[in-house]
Design a protein around this ligand. Structure first.
Ligand SMILES: [Zn+2]
Length: 193
């Protein structure tokens, strides 16, 4: 997995949190998040009063517990804030569901959801109720691709327009199992399990 821009960490992280909730029925603890960050190749540089800071070659991630919610801010290690993202996970008692979403800190630019839809998990059945388009990033000779599994692709195809880029909201051009976005430069690749 390649971690360059904040999106390359935020998407796999959100997917991991969603899978964790579906398996265990609760949000991951700070300790669970620390282990996962390290397994993604990030180094822990600070841990203080619930705040944890992680550093990769190109990224810095800050993990905060906030009123029982989990908040992870991801910024470029250059200090550039325009592409910074926040991954937020919470238990929404009103809709009786767990929600995981990726929010651009600069929300003037992009009105859609990053990942098309937030992750919404029923608090009782722990079933996925939305169609998020999340995966991990891989680089090949054609560029950087968001790699999604076929299950994610099928849900997306049924619920939404597969020509909308899950990263920037731009238009995707599909060629067989791969799609290209001229707006953000990332692509999407479907990998059959
Ligand atoms: Zn795009």
């Amino acid at each position: 997995m390649k971690l360059y821009e904040p999106i390359t960490l935020a998407m796999p992280l959100a997917k991991w949190i969603g899978n964790f909730i579906m398996e265990r029925g609760h949000l991951p603890s700070g300790e669970d998040v620390r282990e996962t960050m390290k397994s993604l190749g990030l180094e822990e540089i600070c841990l203080d009063k619930g705040l944890a800071v992680f550093r990769g070659r190109f990224l810095i991630a800050l993990v905060f517990p906030r009123n029982g919610n989990l908040v992870i801010d991801v910024i470029s290690s250059s200090g550039e804030l325009s592409d910074a993202l926040e991954v937020v996970a919470y238990h929404d008692k009103k809709i009786e569901a767990f929600v995981v979403e990726i929010l651009p800190t600069n929300d003037l630019e992009y009105e859609g959801n990053i990942g098309i839809e937030p992750i919404i998990i029923d608090e009782e059945s722990l079933e996925l109720e939305s169609s998020p388009v999340l995966g991990y990033f891989e680089e090949d000779e054609e560029g950087m691709f968001l790699v999604i599994d076929d299950e994610t692709y099928e849900r997306w195809n049924e619920a939404d327009d597969i020509h909308t880029c899950p990263i920037c909201g731009g238009e995707l051009a599909w060629r067989k199992e791969k799609a290209y976005c001229a707006d953000c430069g990332y692509g999407v690749k479907v990998v059959r399990k």
